[in-house]
Write a protein that binds this ligand. Structure first.
Ligand SMILES: *Cc1c(COP(=O)(O)O)cnc(C)c1O
Length: 365
């Protein structure tokens, strides 16, 4: 068996100890005589798995007791519809901060349910930065302000946590799509009304969606919201109104335990800073490659970069793959390359990438 350095943006690499443990437990989980995929979601074995996963996530992110953690399905794209259906209540307008492809897609979807006010947009500068709070222009009475705090495709990450109190609008809940940087850095959950993300970037398998929602926002859904997507129904039933993605929850739980063994979010954040400094430091010092994002807003998780001579792109991809470094091709809307370096990517993987890039540049210069 041999494993590659996998820079996929998602579904993405998982910690190897997690995959090994899952393999060992595949046929017989803790003496149950069956694997996790085969268990009733209401049986005591699976209930204990789900409860531990939720408790570990709550501990890792220091989720306050007035927030509920929901395990849902449909991914972040489905949440783009589920959020307005749940949070609009009697209101007619929602505000969106557009910082790249994912927030753009979210505001388009929301237009099916409500009026959308673009509170701020970085489109004019090609989505290379995050508009500072002072530039956000909220509407008079929005149901919420939507943000995507790490734009996976553009490689733009908020360098601050949105705090509407600083612009005198602390009463409006902030919603954050955290799909691609959840658990990569400390976060003050109390600044948000709702955080959500698909699991397949930094947590576990595709198919599991995590929602963390302040409990006063439950029970505001519009009348035609599907019951299985009504946050209050999901919360009241402990995420088991419908059958939850049981295997995804199990793997997520193993990832949470792995994170705790690493020292928790603060420790993994320090590693993520070191990884990002290594890669961006190399890019900035090179006249062969470049990253085009405002240095203050560069993502620690998704690093898009370009070869200055784009004619060498195919050779770069072929030779990096031959060297055991895969999934480096940039998103089709951006071009160039992208290295996603989530929690499961060790510093050694980033070092291997930088070593390859240096070698490739030397051979082609
Ligand atoms: C990957 C991603 C999505 C899309 O997730 P799906 O699981 O395909 O719905 C949305 N937002 C962000 C920030 C992402 O990284």
């Amino acid at each position: 068996m041999s494993r590659v350095w996998n820079f996929s943006a998602g579904p993405a690499a998982l910690p190897e100890p997690v995959l090994r443990q899952a393999a060992e437990e595949m046929l017989d989980w803790h003496g149950a005589g069956m694997g996790v995929m085969e268990m009733s979601h209401r049986g005591k074995e699976f209930m204990s798995i789900a409860e531990a996963a939720e408790a570990d996530l709550r501990e890792l992110l220091a989720v306050p007791s007035n927030y509920r953690i929901l395990f849902m399905q449909g991914g972040a794209i489905a949440e783009n519809a589920i959020i307005p259906m749940n949070l609009l209540g009697e209101k007619r307008v929602a505000d969106y901060v557009v910082t790249g492809s994912w927030s753009q897609k979210a505001q388009k979807e929301a237009r099916r349910y409500c009026e959308v006010n673009i509170a701020a947009s970085a489109e004019a500068n090609g989505f290379r930065s995050v508009p500072p709070m002072a530039e956000w222009k909220l509407s008079a009475d929005p149901a919420y302000v939507f943000t995507c705090t790490n734009e996976t495709i553009g490689g733009v990450e908020y360098p601050f946590e949105p705090d509407l109190a600083t612009i005198g609008r602390g009463e409006v809940p902030v919603v954050a799509d955290v799909s691609s940087h959840i658990l990569s850095r400390k976060v003050d959950i109390s600044r948000y009304g709702l955080l959500f993300g698909g699991a397949q970037k930094n947590i576990g398998p595709a198919g599991l969606t995590i929602v963390i929602v302040r409990d006063d926002l439950l029970g505001r859904s519009v009348p035609d919201c599907p019951t299985a997507f009504d946050y209050k129904t999901v919360a009241d039933n402990g995420s088991m109104y419908n059958t939850p993605p049981t295997y995804g929850i199990y793997i997520a739980g193993l990832v949470f335990q792995w994170l705790k063994r690493q020292g928790g979010v603060a420790a993994i954040e320090a590693q993520n800073i070191a990884k990002a400094e290594l890669l961006y430091g190399y890019l900035d010092g090179s006249d062969f490659y470049e990253n085009r994002i405002d240095p203050a807003c560069r993502s620690r998780m998704n690093v898009p970069f370009f070869l200055k001579d784009e004619a060498l792109n195919d050779a770069f991809l072929a030779e990096s793959k031959a060297a055991g470094l895969v999934q480096l091709k940039g998103h089709k809307s951006v071009g160039g390359m992208r290295a996603s370096i989530y929690n499961a990517m060790p510093l050694a993987g980033v070092q291997a990438l930088v070593d390859f890039m240096r070698d490739f540049a030397a051979r082609r210069a």
